[in-house]
Design a protein around this ligand. Structure first.
Ligand code: THU
Length: 141
């Protein structure tokens, strides 16, 4: 299944902004909120390698800062031979806001893999397991 064109171009644009001088591996992400607003992000590396932020988490933070906490579609683009799936930490981070997220994982050659987040993170730990925690927050902007 092909990624939505609007999301693909936003992810490719964001990938070009990546700060990846250490790995040389640029990742771009776009994310659509339920209101239709599109957010994007890229990986941001740091000289103290461990502080690196993945493109997926950078994108979610950007959306949350704009008041958007409910998402349904994400596109990830990297220049890898096969499409680059989100790392484990990012899967958990995404699950907080979008357990049913649709994810198109692509590379610059046009290969596409489609997943639902719940398939990438089965038996997930989520906030419904915490006593007294309300269901996932809904979008406020
Ligand atoms: N990276 C991401 O941005 N997303 C992922 O899901 C996997 C890895 C970044 C982190 C680092 O800057 C580079 O790719 C190499 O690991």
């Amino acid at each position: 299944m092909l990624p939505p064109e609007e999301l693909l171009s936003a992810a490719i644009y964001a990938r070009n902004q990546a700060h990846a001088p250490y790995s040389g591996f640029k990742v771009g992400v776009s994310l659509k909120g339920v209101s239709g607003k599109v957010f994007s992000g890229c990986n941001v590396e740091n000289a103290s390698y461990g502080l690196t932020i993945c493109a997926e988490r950078a994108t979610v933070c950007s959306a949350v800062a704009a008041g958007v906490k409910t998402f349904n579609q994400m596109v990830i683009v990297a220049d890898s031979e096969s499409p680059c799936p989100p790392c484990g930490a990012c899967r958990q981070f995404l699950f907080e806001f979008a357990p049913n997220l649709e994810i198109w994982i692509t590379n610059l050659s046009g290969a596409v893999v489609y997943h639902r987040l719940q398939d990438l993170l089965p038996h997930a730990f989520g906030n419904t397991l915490l006593p007294g925690t309300k269901p996932h927050a809904s979008e406020s902007a």
